[in-house]
Design a protein around this ligand. Structure first.
Ligand code: TYM
Length: 333
């Protein structure tokens, strides 16, 4: 692991799927490799589905704030906003010209999103921009949740194709996945937790709202009455217990659910303890950052400065490799 890159979209509140599937690993990696761990708020990705112009800047700031609250320390790692380093777009265009349409039309996320939204060309190009994000910094490792694996595979293909056709500039990065939380399920129990599905537990959501949503979340459908025994193995709430509760609670729930010794509401109350135990320190740091916003903006400023340097160097190599006329050759000193 020499250079690590990952990103998150500023499309709404950051949820426990983002936290457990990705950000928690980013924090760990940052502890190991410092500023070569680069994390990006991908605002140009966020506009591939219709967005509200009055919200975008705030959501970008909020995403940075939430990531810092979740433990990313900008004095250690690099945190920045994608649109502050325009080279992402330049490299993305170059990769677009090298990528067969067929590779993009088959992407699962494209197919999902194009069912929900009108299909803008940018939505199809989304994974090419993601490849540019990663390769601009020549990252070798990309810590993500399972839903991003296909995009990282495409990134490897983009790198391979470019290297073979022009010059061996790029590494072929690998996805790094925390198997314990590769795909955190949504509160509705119907699939992965996802901002677009409205089935999230927000990392910065207040306890009352979390409880209101958790209280009505489906459990094992066999437990119609309090006295019906249940099967934790098929219950979303038990999956959450595995992610948030201590071993003792986990064992108690695992045993007592099967014999109807504990009801679903009590089981959920127990979960709340572990959940808030994780979220409270994050929410406290978030409150601090809200009242000290310059800590967030300073982080974004220095992150963009550092990334710009790397990005400019890579683009000099890339432009030369594909044979563009270098601007600085036109009027020799
Ligand atoms: P995004 O914003 O959807 O999600 C950010 C990260 O959270 C992970 N994640 C999950 N992990 C486990 N369970 C879940 N339910 C869950 N939901 C989300 C995602 O896998 C992701 O790691 N395309 C990316 C953003 C991106 C990017 C990049 C990532 C743009 N450029 C370059 C890596 C490298 C996305 O939409 O993430």
């Amino acid at each position: 692991m020499k250079t690590v890159f990952s990103g998150i979209q500023p499309t709404g509140e950051i949820h426990i799927g983002n936290y457990l599937g990705a950000i928690r690993n980013w924090v760990r990696i940052g502890d190991q490799i410092g500023q070569n761990a680069i994390f990006c708020i991908v605002d140009y990705h966020a506009i591939t589905i219709p967005h509200a112009r009055e919200d975008l800047a705030r959501l970008t700031f909020d995403a940075a704030l939430a990531n810092m609250a979740a433990g990313l320390d900008p004095n250690k790692i690099t945190l920045f906003a994608q649109s502050h380093v325009p080279e992402h777009m330049e490299l993305s265009w170059i990769f677009t010209t090298q990528t067969p349409l067929g590779n993009l039309e088959g992407m699962t996320q494209f197919k999902d999103k194009s069912e929900q939204h009108s299909v803008l060309a940018g939505l199809l190009m989304y994974p090419v921009l993601q490849a540019a994000d990663i390769l601009l910094y020549k990252a070798d490792t990309v810590p993500v949740g399972e839903d991003q694996v296909q995009h990282i595979e495409l990134t490897r293909e983009v790198a391979r194709r470019f290297n073979a056709r022009f010059a061996p500039i790029f590494p072929e990065p690998k996805a790094s996945i925390d198997q314990s939380a590769a795909r955190v399920p949504g509160l509705d129990g119907a699939g992965k937790m996802s901002k677009s599905k409205n089935n999230t537990i927000g990392v910065l959501e207040d306890q009352k709202t979390i409880w209101e949503n958790l209280r009505v979340a489906p459990t094992d459908p066999a437990r119609v009455r309090r006295s019906d025994p249940g099967n934790p193995d098929i219950c979303t709430i038990f999956t959450y217990h595995k992610l948030f509760s201590d071993l003792e609670t986990l064992q108690m729930v695992n045993t007592e659910c099967r014999v109807a010794g504990i009801g679903c509401v009590d089981c959920k109350k127990k979960l709340m303890e572990g959940l808030m135990g994780t979220l409270e320190p994050i929410q406290e740091r978030a409150a601090h950052l809200r009242s000290h916003p310059s800590e967030v903006t300073d982080a974004l400023v220095s992150g963009a400065e550092r990334c710009s340097k790397i990005a400019k160097e890579t683009m000099l190599e890339v432009r030369e490799a594909i044979g563009l006329l270098p601007r600085n050759s036109l009027r020799p000193a």
